[in-house]
Design a protein around this ligand. Sequence first.
Ligand code: BGC
Length: 369
Amino acid sequence: MYKKIAAIGLGLVLAVGSVFAGGGRQSGGTSGGTTASAGKGLVGVLMPTRSEERWIKDGDAVKAGLEQLGYTVELQYADDDIPTQVRQLEDLITKGAKALVIASIDGSSLSNGLAEAAAAKIPVISYDRLLMRSPNVDYYVSFDNYKVGQQMGDILIKGMNLDSPAKKPLIIELFAGSPDDNNSVGFYDGAMDKLKPYFDNGTLLIGSGQQGRDVVGTLRWDAAEAMKRMENLLSAYYTSQTLDGILSPYDPISLSCLEACKAVGYGTADKPLPVVGGQDCIIASCKSILAGEQYATVLKDTRSLGAATVILVDTILNGETPTGLDTSSYHNGSKIVPSLLLDSVIVTKENLISAVVDTGYHTAAELGL
Ligand code: BGC
C-alpha cells in the first residue's frame, strides 16, 4: 500500500512538472521514500458526507496514506450538516491537530474555525472544494474544475453528435451543482463554453429555456431534488417535444434524470434515452454506462488526489515550502490560494474497462462483470 502511494505520488509529481521540487530537497519524491515513523502527530481530515461514494474513497485514501507516513489521522464526516462540520473543525483544533485537510460542505461557512486554525499556526489544505472568503487557507488540491466542465461539454458534443446532428435543433436540459460549492462554477462554465457555439448556430436548444447556475443548480447535489426538477420539466415542456440530452454535473443526478425519463416512456427504440454525462465514475453509473443508458462520466481518481494531499501535508509538516503550484487560477474571494490541479478522464463504454477496471478504480466484481 505504502509503495503504491509513493509510486502514485512520485508519478503525480512528475506529471505536474516537479510541483514539490523546490525548497531545498525533492520533497515529493523524498517524502514518498521516507521511512514511516510513528508519532508524527495528528492530522485532521474533514469530509462532507458519507452518503456519497467518492468521499468515502477520498477519506480512505488520505487517511491510509498519512498513516503510512506515521501520522495519526482523525477522519470525520459531517452528514452534509454545516454546524456539524463547524464543530468538527473546532474539535480538531482543540485536539492539537498539526494540519487540517478540509472538503467543505458550504465553502464559505468555516471562516471562524479557519481563523482559529491560523491563530494556532495550523496549516489548512482545502481538499477538492475551495474554502471561500477566508485568507486562512494555505493550499488547494483538486482537479482542474473548468477542464472537468469542458469534459462535460465534450461528452454531449460527442454523444449527441453535435457536429453532424441527426436533426436541428436537438433539445437539451441543463443541471448544475450546488450553488454553495465553488466547483459548480467551473463545471457549469466549462461545459457551457464548450456548448455555446452549438446554441449559437441553432444545433442546440434548451427545451424549457431554463439556464444560469442559480436557476438550474441543485442544492447539496441532492439527486432527489434533481429528480423532482426533471419530472417537472418533463411534464411541463415535453408533451409534444422530445428531450435529446441533459447536462449533468454529477452521476447520481444523471441516474435520477434517466429514471425520470424512463418513467415517462423514454428508453425504447422509438424514444431513446437522452444523452447524459456525469461526474465521479460511481459504480451505479459505470453499470449504467455498460448497459448503454448513461452515456459517459468524468473520472476524477480519488487515489491520485489522496496521494497528492498526503505528499503536500508531509512536505509542509517537514517545514518545507511546496513549489511549482498554480498561483493564478483560484481566488477564493480573499486571496489566491496556491493550487495543485490534477487531470480528469472522460469514461464511456469504449474505455471503461481500461480506465476503470484495469486501473483498479472499481473491480470487475463491483461492476457485476
Ligand atoms: C466534487 C464532485 C462531486 C460533488 C458532489 C464536488 O465538489 O468536485 O466530484 O460530485 O462535489 O459531491
